[in-house]
Design a protein around this ligand. Structure first.
Ligand code: FES
Ligand SMILES: [Fe+2]
Length: 374
């Protein structure tokens, strides 16, 4: 993406046009996004529930780089590129587990929980071999409540810098990350570019049309639906409907509870955190870009442990229903973008301002003249 192209796109974005359709299918753009966005930003890799004791670990892939996050002996979280310094096998293969040391499954080079190489079979026969020269490559680790993040760039500002006042704003509207219990995980691969998924998340213009169940619970008209954004985050807040919408006159789940508003927050580039009215509960939803037209969607859910089982089930069904409706939408958009017959869409900024905010971040990040510290 040349400077001239970036500036041209930027001008169009300011006036409400969307990013060019080819940015959602082109392998070169995807590669550039990896270099300029995903190698320098905070990516969620899972939850901390399985990382309580020294030696507990999880593995993930960030910008096509295998990573491992482990609880060390000092009880801190450490993160490493999960690639052996011997001959580049992944050190750990399992998605999560517990180990006293990180021993490579290929030739048993063995690293401690701080990434130091502590043994390499037969290396004592090599005259110049010093274990200290071959520690695992570190990555940054951060956390928000139970969510664990990794940043491949050791010079990137901390996660808190990007979150800024978002956690406090969410707390004011009832988002509680402490005292909840884990309520399950699901993931699904979809045939859409990651940006299509973010953009679908960033607006509720489609809610009355595509989410009848959701629209029974929360106000979805522009007067009730508040949008706000900061440098790296954005958020929509909407109250519980005072009466259920729709002809059948009932809510899809029991909405009684302390939480009176829905909120849907986004952190650049691929993380969202969400709350629906009713019992205290939170759902994180994040994306792992796999290819220009393939994205893994991951959902992690937590809920107040006193919530009755029937309510937990109804809420889980509700969330899944909205998720499934969104999958149909994003895959449909992807087919339209791939056609290349409509190069720029047109945002309605009153309802879709957060998409513009997101697309400006994308275009700035890809602008070859921009500071890479995005
Ligand atoms: S590649 Fe890891 S020990 Fe050989
Ligand atoms: Fe949706």
């Amino acid at each position: 993406v040349t400077i001239r192209e970036s500036l041209e796109v930027r001008e169009r974005l300011e006036s409400g046009a969307t990013l060019p359709a080819e940015w959602y299918v082109d392998a070169d753009v995807f590669r550039l996004e990896r270099e300029r966005i995903f190698e320098h930003t905070w990516q969620c890799v899972g939850i901390a529930e399985g990382l309580q004791s020294p030696g507990d670990y999880l593995t993930a892939t960030v910008a096509e780089v295998p990573v491992v996050v482990v609880r060390n002996k000092a009880k801190g979280l450490r993160g490493f590129v999960n690639v052996c310094r011997h001959r580049c096998s992944e050190v750990v293969l399992e998605p999560h587990g517990h180990r006293n040391v990180l021993q490579c499954h290929y030739h048993a080079w063995t690293y401690d929980l701080d990434g130091q190489l502590i043994s390499a079979p037969r290396s004592d026969r090599e005259p110049d071999f010093d274990l200290a020269d071959y520690c695992l490559v570190p990555v940054q680790v951060g956390a928000l409540g139970p969510y664990v993040f990794v940043n491949l760039d050791l010079d990137a500002p901390p996660l808190a810098h990007y979150l800024a006042d978002l956690p406090e704003r969410m707390r004011v509207d009832g988002l509680e990350l402490d005292g909840l219990v884990y309520n399950g995980h699901w993931e699904q691969e979809v045939a859409a570019n990651w940006k299509v998924v973010v953009e679908n998340f960033d607006e509720c213009y489609h809610c009355p049309v595509a989410h009848p169940g959701f629209s029974k619970v929360m106000e979805v008209d522009p007067e009730g639906y508040r949008l706000e954004w900061g440098t790296w985050t954005s958020r929509a807040v909407t109250p519980l409907r005072t009466y259920p919408g729709g002809p059948d006159g009932h809510y899809p789940y029991d909405v009684s509870g302390p939480v009176k508003v829905g909120q849907f927050a986004y952190l650049w580039p691929t993380f969202t955190i969400n709350q629906s009215p009713g019992p205290r509960a939170v759902t994180a939803f994040y994306m792992v870009p796999l290819a220009p037209e393939r994205t893994l969607l991951v959902t992690e859910s937590h809920i107040d442990p006193t919530t009755p089982d029937a309510v937990v089930k109804d809420r889980t069904d509700f969330t899944r229903e909205v998720f499934n409706e969104d999958v149909v939408l994003v895959e449909s958009v992807q087919r339209g973008l791939r056609s290349g017959r409509v190069r720029h869409g047109r945002l309605l900024l009153d309802s879709e301002r957060l998409i513009q905010h997101f697309q400006l971040l994308v275009s700035s990040a890809l602008d070859s003249s921009a500071d890479r510290g995005c």
